[in-house]
Design a protein around this ligand. Structure first.
Ligand SMILES: [Ca+2]
Ligand SMILES: [Ca+2]
Length: 229
């Protein structure tokens, strides 16, 4: 009996460890900034290009320290960053983890994580627009469709506090405007209200389905049995 439990646990662990293709600039350390320096835009992410979408070194007096290098991405009012994280498959659940930081000079006041699918990746660009704007480029220019959102997950931090965040989003079935094999996009954004949020150390992994976990557990069991024969 003990061995059965052990085999199932092993099977799950192996699958949980499988992750989607590596994110680009997931810790926002590119570019290397001098202490306290802020620059507009976010490298390797498509961003809402403006002085409200920044890469910030944590030597800045209003910015919390990050344990992940020196830099944060910082989103102001209605601002966003996104990148392609792979291709769309149906009913796949992704776990997205990141560090959220509260600058001392403005409240986070709303924070969203979303998945989009479809569109033409060649049309993605840095564009000065808000997530809520009529010309929001990921949907109106690239042609992607929002398929999952966390809703507002602002944890209500104060001062220069930070919090490790973990959210799960599922892709669901294919729908109008996107199909299996189309681009899959991960976006972070803020609502159209005054505020600032710092974000760092983004990671994405696939959460195994219960059916897959059972199958894998059974597979391990069979392997164990045949070894013992
Ligand atoms: Ca960093
Ligand atoms: Ca960019």
């Amino acid at each position: 009996m003990k061995k059965t439990v052990f085999a199932v646990v092993c099977g799950c662990f192996m699958l949980c460890a499988v992750s989607q293709g590596a994110l680009m600039n997931a810790s926002f350390e590119d570019p290397d900034l001098d202490p306290g320096v802020k620059v507009n835009g976010v490298t390797d992410w498509w961003d809402s290009a403006s002085l409200y979408t920044k890469t910030v070194d944590d030597g800045d007096e209003n910015t919390p320290l990050t344990p992940y290098g020196d830099n944060w991405a910082q989103l102001g009012r209605g601002r966003w960053i996104y990148q392609q994280i792979g291709t769309f498959t149906e009913n796949t659940t992704y776990e997205i983890t990141f560090l959220l930081g509260q600058p001392s000079d403005k409240a986070i006041a709303g924070f969203y994580v979303e998945l989009f699918a479809g569109g033409n990746p060649a049309l993605a660009a840095d564009v000065n627009s808000k997530r809520q704007a009529a010309n929001f480029p990921l949907t109106t220019v690239v042609g992607a469709v929002q398929i999952a959102t966390t809703g507002d997950i602002d944890p209500g931090l104060t001062g220069m506090a930070t919090q490790e965040m973990s959210v799960q989003l599922s892709t669901g079935d294919a729908g109008t405007g996107y199909a299996v094999g189309d681009a899959l996009w991960l976006m972070f954004s803020r609502p159209d209200t005054p505020g600032k949020a710092d974000i760092d150390n983004v990671a994405v992994s696939v959460v195994p389905e219960p059916a897959t976990m059972i199958l894998l557990g059974l597979g391990s069991l069979v392997a164990l049995r045949s070894k013992r024969k």
